[in-house]
Design a protein around this ligand. Structure first.
Ligand code: GLA
Length: 324
């Protein structure tokens, strides 16, 4: 098995925790990588509302249990992901349009997860609530039928059942000045309203067109840090294509990999500069054979977005972030 002698979690031990999101199969197929490099893990999909609760009275904990047990057996702290996300709003909940009905069901779900997975150290409570477009908040079932304060309600419920565990707001495009302003505005409102939020998750899904934005990345980390909350980079990957590219390509070129390496190197340089602000950096998916970007935004387009290739060998970008 191709695991390098250099271990990311050791390289970064004086900086921040290093993590990866994992699925139920990865714990077998990518066990060596996971055990060698990461000291925080995130449950990639298995704990999402829609997956755990296929029907109102049906629970499917099988995949989540496997990941939880794996993390426990190996002593690796686990993040829970997530409670409230428009993309994982269970279909059976769509018939409910009353504030009380929805909040009761959310509480039941949070309580069940908190009791079953009591050692999860951090939960993404609300994911992607802020709009990318002109609107302030994203128009979701939660916003429409619970109301503007559904975030406050979700954090209250999470705190009620999770006690002193970390509870996060998580979002993407977090370095974009307009989106950043909205995220900060909403988190400030949460704090003003007394919501028990403990941190912000910066997803950090980057693409090859990220080049010009390093100053914004720095500025963003500084702005988020002013909120006085914990900051984690929660879902980092660097796509081999610009976000706008929706074409099918045979395979990525050497130039694309080179650019990806530069982006990883530069971003980690920034993360290290802000080591006092950043608590953890988690990669989304642990190797190129399992990255979600192999099927998004183009189904079946190979996209080696991670640090390890399809044979689980460390890539240039791996060495680039270890060499400082
Ligand atoms: C978002 C979500 C994650 C995951 C990724 C891509 O960023 O927060 O749960 O679905 O997209 O897979």
């Amino acid at each position: 098995m191709a695991v390098t002698e250099i271990k990311l979690k050791d390289v970064y031990k004086d900086y921040f925790k290093i993590g990866a999101s994992i699925g139920e199969n990865d714990i077998k197929t990518h066990k060596d990588i996971i055990l060698a490099h990461f000291n925080t893990l995130t449950c990639e999909n298995a704990m999402k509302f829609g997956n755990v609760r296929p029907a109102e009275d049906e629970y499917d904990f099988a995949a989540a249990d496997k990941i939880y047990d794996f993390a426990e057996e190996n002593g690796i702290p686990l993040r829970g992901h997530n409670f409230v996300w428009h993309q994982e709003f269970p279909e059976w909940m769509e018939k409910y349009t009353g504030r009380k009905q929805l909040l009761e069901r959310l509480e039941k779900h949070i309580k069940a997860m908190a009791e079953r997975y009591e050692n999860i150290y951090c939960w993404d409570v609300v994911n992607e609530a802020v709009s990318d477009g002109e609107d302030y908040m994203r128009n979701t079932h939660w916003l429409a039928y619970v109301g503007d304060d559904y975030l406050e309600q979700a954090f209250e419920l999470a705190h009620k059942h999770l006690g002193d565990k970390l509870i996060f707001y998580n979002d993407y495009n977090e370095f974009d000045p307009q989106k950043r302003a909205k995220i900060i505005k909403r988190v400030k409102q949460l704090l003003k309203n007394g919501a028990p939020i403990s941190g912000i998750g910066l997803q950090c899904h980057l693409g090859l067109n990220f080049d010009a934005n390093y100053d914004e990345a720095r500025r963003s980390i500084e702005e988020y840090a002013k909120l006085g909350l914990k900051i984690q980079v929660t879902e980092m990957d660097v796509s081999l294509y610009p976000y706008e590219d929706r074409e099918m390509h045979e395979k990525p070129t050497f130039e694309q990999y080179k650019k990806q390496t530069d982006i990883y190197r530069n971003m980690f340089k920034i993360f290290r500069e802000y080591k006092d602000e950043i608590d953890a950096v988690t990669f989304w998916c642990c190797a190129d054979d399992v990255t979600w970007l192999n099927n998004f935004p183009v189904e079946g387009r190979k996209n080696g977005a991670t640090l390890f290739d399809e044979d689980h060998m460390p890539k240039e970008c791996f060495y680039a972030i270890c060499d400082f």
